[in-house]
Design a protein around this ligand. Structure first.
Ligand code: 13P
Ligand code: SF4
Length: 346
């Protein structure tokens, strides 16, 4: 495909979302990225939060963290370029130890992944012996390696039910765990860090889910007041929230689900106006794919980590083979068990 053909294809999808002069620059970048991608036998995976010109041009696959983990597990390419954040690229590496995995921006982290350390997981395991550990994929490899199984927001309930146990430790997202507890009718506790023997500290705790106080720095900012304000101005609006939002926000929404579940919901319903309580770029991507629907956006709330990933950085990733994601083999092998158990569940 020539630059002109890239431009025509991107314009057909993005005419209402990206100004024309910017599209011309992005089409040149897309042409160069795709040329290099083929030359280097690479695959590009793009999370639903990528900015619209990137999202609608260069990825071979787009999706939520579960779908992209699946694609990463299946690829036969030599290089995986992950247009997402570090924990996602690490998951790709965990599943593909012999492939080169590139993260275009070195600093693309995640507040949830930062919220828990491997020592915290070990401490919880010693306090609640025999209780299986379910870890959200938004964690680093060493935390996954201490876990029995991973989950994403799209399969958390199925993963917990698959364990067949009365109790689970669910880390590290407090709100996701609270939302799952709500959905499954389980009682959740957040044990405090108190000194003294484990048996004494936790005796008498009535729990079925043991949670952790991690938060997504983006989704924790949405409030019930935001929802009330938007509904007052646009009474017909359909509001969708990610399960990383608080249970109060989820309860005040019309639908809650993973990024891909929200996209599907909008595609399959016929309301005129929607509000997504998640990273703002996804509103642009959904607007481009559904031009007859109106997307309201609360763009004061952004994921700075996801927004680190640009088309320029993606081009440089392929040009200079950077930034290579590595996971020590001893950690990777254990983390792979937890990730593969999740993928097997669906
Ligand atoms: P999804 O699994 O829904 O794509 O969510 C990932 C994420 O980081 C949301 O903030
Ligand atoms: Fe992490 Fe939140 Fe950004 Fe998702 S939106 S990558 S959970 S900080």
């Amino acid at each position: 495909m020539s630059v002109a053909e890239f431009y025509a294809e991107m314009k057909a999808k993005l005419y209402d979302v990206v100004p024309d002069f910017e599209l011309q620059i992005k089409a040149e970048l897309a042409y160069e990225i795709v040329r290099l991608k083929r030359e280097r036998n690479a695959v590009i995976l793009g999370h639903n939060y990528m900015e619209p010109a990137l999202f609608h041009s260069i990825p071979d696959y787009t999706g939520d963290s579960l779908a992209l983990s699946r694609k990463a597990a299946q690829t036969d390419k030599d290089i995986i370029v992950f247009c997402g954040v570090r924990f996602m690229a690490e998951t790709a590496k965990i599943l593909n130890p012999r492939k080169t995995v590139l993260l275009p921006a070195e600093r693309a982290g995640c507040s949830l992944a930062e919220s828990i350390a491997v020592e915290d997981v070990r401490e919880l395991k010693s306090r609640f012996p025999g209780v299986p550990v379910v870890t959200y994929v938004n964690t680093y490899a060493n935390v996954k390696a201490e876990s029995d199984i991973c989950c994403t927001s799209s399969n958390a309930v199925a993963v917990i039910e698959s364990l067949g146990t009365e109790t689970v430790i669910m880390l590290p997202d407090e709100y996701l765990a609270r939302n799952v507890a709500q959905e499954t009718g389980k009682h959740i506790v957040f044990p405090t860090r108190t000194p003294g023997p484990a048996s004494e500290r936790d005796a008498g705790l009535d729990y079925q889910i043991v949670g952790w106080h991690g938060k997504c720095e983006v989704h924790e900012k949405f409030t019930v007041e935001d929802i009330a304000d938007v509904r007052a101005q646009f009474p017909d609006v359909v509001i969708l929230s990610h399960p990383e939002c608080s249970p109060e926000v989820v309860a005040a929404s019309d639908f809650s689900g993973s990024t891909s579940a929200m996209i599907k919901y909008i595609e399959q319903t016929c309301a005129r106006r929607y509000l997504l309580l998640t990273e703002c770029a996804m509103g642009d991507n959904v607007a481009a794919a559904n031009p007859q629907k109106e997307m309201l956006r609360l763009c004061r709330v952004r994921c700075l980590h996801m927004n680190e990933i640009t088309m320029e950085d993606t081009l440089n990733a392929l040009k200079y083979t950077r930034y290579v994601v590595e996971v020590p083999e001893e950690i990777r092998a254990r983390a792979a068990l937890a990730v593969k158990r999740m993928i097997a569940i669906g």
